[in-house]
Design a protein around this ligand. Structure first.
Ligand SMILES: Nc1ncnc2c1ncn2[C@@H]1O[C@H](COP(=O)(O)OP(=O)(O)OP(=O)(O)O)[C@@H](O)[C@H]1O
Ligand SMILES: [Mg+2]
Length: 467
C-alpha cells in the first residue's frame, strides 16, 4: 500500500501522457482522467475517472430492460445485508460504518450486474468464541525475532485490516496466527472449532498444476455430488470444460480464483488473507468484497486494495517497528502518516528560515507549510478538538444507553418466549410485558436516531480536523 500510494502521487505529478492498466479502483480514481472499457470486443471511451465510468455505465445498462431488472435484484440483495447487519450489530458505531459502506456498494452494484462472478463463503458448521488468541507472542524467522509482545484475540465477527510497510512483518504475523513456524515463543490458544482459511501471499505456488479446479475441490470432499461442485465453481466463473482443465495453463487471476474457491469450499470461520487480490481483476475483486461482507466469521486481511479494505474491515492493526497494535485512524490517516514518515526519511530536518517566510521543499517537490501556517493550523486543530469533545461524550452516553436497551429487549424476548405466559390466566401479565416491550423499542429507536445525528456531527468535525 505504501508503494502504491507513492506511485500514485508520482504519476499524478507526471506531466506527460500516461496509458495504464490497473485493477485498483482507488488508484484509477486518483490517476485517470479518461477510461477505455474493453467491452464485448469493443473499446468504449469514457471521460472521467473510474467512479465516473461506473456511474455512466450503470446508466447505460439501466436503459436496457433486462439489465435494469438484474440491477434491482442486486440492490435488493444489498439492502437485505444492510438490514441484517443493522439488526445484528451490537456495537452501533461499527454497524453504522458498515451501513455506510454498504450504501456505497449499492451505488456501485448496478455497474457490475453483468459480472461473471458471484460466490459466498459458506457458513461454517461450528464456531468457537474466541476463535484464537496469542499472548506474549514473539514472531520471527529462525532465531531472529521480527515482532515482539504480540497480544491479540480474534472473535467471530472480528474484521481486521493489517497495515504496515513492505517487510514490516505482516506475513510473519499471519504465519504466527496460523500456528506455523514463525511463532518463536508465547502462548497461542485455539478455539475447539477453529477452522482457518488461509490465502498466502504466494498462494498460487501451493496449487497442483496438473489438477483441474474440479479436482481441487473434489479431493477435499470426495462425496460431494458433481453438480454441487460444478455449481460452486460456476460462481467463480469456471464452467464446462474449463472446470475440468489442468490449471497449469491458467492465468494468474484464474489460479487465484481456484485458490479462493478451495478456501471457501472448506467453510472456514477464520479467514487469513495475505494479499488475496494481487492477480484479480476488478469484477472479481468486487465479488470478493461482496463475499467478505457477507462472511460471518473473523477476517484478518492484508491488501493494497483500499476499496476492499474500506468495505470489509471494521478495524486496522498496524505492523511496524517490531510490534502489532491497534491503529486508531482510517486509511486516509494512514496515508498521511506514511507521507510524513517518508518525508522524514527523505529530507533531513532543515533549520527554519527567518520567521518561516520561505517554504521548505522536500525532494518529492511538494511544498510544506511555513511556520506561521503551521501555527495557525495547530490553533485551528485545538479549537476543533475542543468542539469535538462534548459531542464525543454525548455519543458515548447514547451508545451505553443503546446497549442497555438492547440488553433489556433481549431479556424481554426471553421472558416472552415462556409458553406458560400464553395461558388464559396470564393474559394481564402478557399484556403488560408486550406494552413494556413496545415502550422499550420506541425508546431505542429514539436513542438510535439521536445517536445518528450526533455521530454525523462528530464525523464532520473529525473530517475538518483531518483537514
Ligand atoms: N523465510 C524467511 N527467513 C528469514 N527471514 C524472513 C523470511 N521471510 C521473511 N523474512 C524477513 O522478515 C521480515 C518481515 O517479512 P514479512 O514477509 O513478514 O513482511 P511483510 O510485512 O509481509 O512485507 P510485504 O508487504 O512485502 O509482504 C523481513 O525483513 C524479511 O526479510
Ligand atoms: Mg507479506
Amino acid at each position: 500500500l505504501d508503494a502504491c500510494l507513492w506511485l500514485e502521487n508520482w504519476l499524478r505529478k507526471y506531466p506527460g501522457t500516461l496509458l495504464f492498466i490497473s485493477h485498483d479502483r482507488d488508484f484509477m480514481d486518483r490517476v485517470a482522467t479518461h477510461l477505455v472499457h474493453f467491452d464485448q470486443k469493443q473499446l468504449v471511451l469514457y471521460t472521467g475517472n473510474y467512479s465516473a465510468f461506473e456511474r455512466q455505465r450503470a446508466e447505460r445498462l439501466a436503459q436496457q430492460q433486462a439489465s435494469f431488472e438484474r440491477q434491482q435484484a442486486r440492490i435488493a440483495e444489498i439492502q437485505r445485508f444492510i438490514d441484517r447487519f443493522k439488526a445484528k450489530a451490537t456495537k452501533a458505531r461499527q454497524a453504522q460504518s458498515r451501513v455506510k459502506a454498504l450504501e456505497r456498494m449499492e451505488k456501485i452494484a448496478p455497474a457490475h450486474v453483468d459480472s461473471p462472478f458471484s460466490f459466498e463463503f459458506p457458513v461454517a458448521d461450528k464456531v468457537s468464541n474466541p476463535l484464537l488468541s496469542i499472548r506474549h507472542g514473539v514472531a520471527g524467522h529462525g532465531d531472529v525475532p521480527i515482532l515482539k509482545n504480540i497480544n491479540v484475540t480474534l472473535l467471530p465477527g472480528t474484521r481486521v485490516g493489517l497495515l504496515g510497510p513492505n517487510g514490516a512483518g505482516k506475513s510473519t504475523f499471519m504465519d504466527a496466527l496460523r500456528g506455523t513456524g514463525t511463532l518463536l515463543s508465547g502462548e497461542r490458544t485455539c478455539g475447539e472449532h477453529l477452522a482457518i482459511g488461509y490465502f498466502a501471499q504466494h498462494q498460487l505456488e501451493s496449487l497442483d498444476l496438473d489438477a483441474s479446479p474440479f479436482l481441487h475441490l473434489q479431493r477435499l470432499a470426495p462425496t460431494a455430488s458433481e453438480q454441487k461442485v460444478r455449481d460452486f465453481l460456476g460462481g467463480f466463473d469456471f464452467h464446462g470444460d474449463e472446470a475440468l482443465a489442468p490449471i497449469r495453463s491458467f492465468s494468474g487471476g484464474e489460479k487465484a480464483r481456484v485458490a479462493l474457491a478451495v478456501i471457501a469450499w472448506q467453510k472456514p470461520n477464520l479467514l487469513l488473507l495475505d494479499e488475496p487480490t494481487n492477480h484479480l481483476d476488478l469484477e472479481m475483486r468486487q465479488a470478493l468484497t461482496m463475499a467478505l461482507q457477507n462472511f460471518e466469521g473473523a477476517i484478518v486481511v492484508v491488501s493494497h486494495d483500499r476499496h476492499l479494505l474500506r468495505n470489509t474491515v471494521d478495524e486496522f492493526w498496524l505492523v511496524c517497528d517490531g510490534a502489532v497494535g491497534e491503529y486508531e485512524g482510517d486509511l486516509e490517516d494512514y496515508e498521511r502518516w506514511l507521507a510524513e514518515r517518508r518525508k522524514d526519511e527523505e529530507s533531513p530536518p532543515r533549520r527554519e528560515v527567518a520567521e518561516g517566510q520561505e517554504k521548505s521543499v522536500n525532494t518529492a517537490g511538494a511544498a510544506t507549510l511555513t511556520a506561521d501556517e503551521r501555527k495557525a493550523r495547530k490553533r485551528q486543530e485545538a479549537e476543533l478538538r475542543q468542539k469535538l469533545s462534548p459531542w464525543r461524550k454525548k455519543q458515548g452516553t447514547l451508545e451505553t444507553r443503546m446497549e442497555q436497551l438492547q440488553q433489556k429487549l433481549a431479556t424481554m424476548e426471553q421472558n416472552l418466549a415462556d409458553p406458560g405466559l400464553y395461558d388464559d390466566q396470564q393474559k394481564v401479565r402478557l399484556k403488560e410485558l408486550l406494552a413494556e416491550q413496545t415502550e422499550l423499542k420506541r425508546e431505542l429507536e429514539d436513542v438510535e436516531a439521536e445517536w445518528l445525528e450526533v455521530s454525523e456531527t462528530v464525523e464532520n468535525l473529525e473530517a475538518e480536523l483531518a483537514g
